[in-house]
Design a protein around this ligand. Structure first.
Ligand SMILES: Nc1ncnc2c1ncn2[C@@H]1O[C@H](COP(=O)(O)OP(=O)(O)OP(=O)(O)O)[C@@H](O)[C@H]1O
Ligand SMILES: [Mg+2]
Length: 245
């Protein structure tokens, strides 16, 4: 492996909606740049917000580090600058794994349940990562039929998602924040292991203040509830405060 200090950014591999992924001089390492862009409705609503990239980069780095310490193997290597980090390159499994503790978002829309209704046990949902198809809902058998993952990988993903849920729920509870739901992406390492990848930030989690029930996540933008970046900064500050304890 190349010494981390010798890692150089090379070509833009993928221009996403929230991040730019670059190759580096190490074939197993990607350079991630967190952008100030915010999108919703699969890119239909798009704006620039100053400091959004660095806030999410910092939150993600902290949560990945915390999860690693608690035994969750993940792609995070190190933070390079306020907006950039190095990650292990994986082959992304084209699934969005959603874990829900309380009803919100598309669950409420689909089943007409009450917002923030508590589930007796976490609900795991899968969506097929496909922009053309608009990320449709799919179940384990669909994923097998489409060749997206094996039966064993699906079982592993479920197990990992539940463990991440327990750990993140604890972390946020200490910050007086309810983890309503969140989305994970997993990938395969060159060795074939399932590894947690992508991003852990208020872009991908629904977070609600335990006292005020105020949204502290991208719903602020989706629903036009006010300034989004200060809310993300609030999450980062609460994380930093917990770290200092
Ligand atoms: N460790 C990794 N190795 C390879 N690809 C990764 C890794 N972590 C995340 N990715 C992928 O890099 C991209 C990150 O960019 P971004 O989150 O901006 O994408 P996006 O606009 O949400 O698009 P997508 O629909 O592809 O997720 C995603 O496609 C994600 O799946
Ligand atoms: Mg994304």
């Amino acid at each position: 492996m190349t010494e981390l200090t010798e890692i150089k950014k090379q070509d833009l591999l993928y221009q996403g909606k929230a991040k730019e992924m670059y190759t580096t001089n190490d074939p197993d390492i990607l350079w991630v740049h967190y952008m100030d862009q915010v999108t919703a409705l699969n890119g239909k609503k798009k704006v620039q917000m100053k400091d959004k990239g660095k806030t999410n980069c910092a939150i993600s780095a902290r949560l990945f580090t915390e999860l690693r310490e608690q035994g969750i193997v993940n792609h995070f290597i190190e933070q390079l600058s306020p907006t950039d980090q190095l990650v292990q390159k994986v082959t992304i499994i084209p699934l969005e794994t959603v874990v829900r503790n309380y009803a919100s978002g598309s669950f409420v829309k689909r089943y007409q349940t009450e917002y923030l209704q508590k589930f007796d046990q976490p609900v795991i949902e899968f969506f097929y990562k496909s922009d053309e198809l608009d990320d449709p809902f799919l179940n384990d058998d669909d994923a097998l039929a489409l060749g997206v993952a094996t039966r064993e990988q699906m079982a592993q993903i479920r197990q990992l998602a539940l463990k991440v849920n327990r750990l993140l729920s604890q972390i946020f509870a200490k910050m007086n924040v309810l983890l309503v739901d969140f989305k994970l992406e997993f990938g395969l390492s060159t060795a074939g292991d399932v590894i947690l990848a992508d991003e852990l930030s208020p872009d991908n989690c629904r977070l609600v203040d335990l006292d005020t029930k105020q949204s502290l996540d991208k719903d602020v933008f989706r629903k036009g509830l006010g300034q989004m970046v200060p809310v993300y900064e609030e999450i980062l500050q609460r994380l930093q405060k917990e770290e200092e304890r």
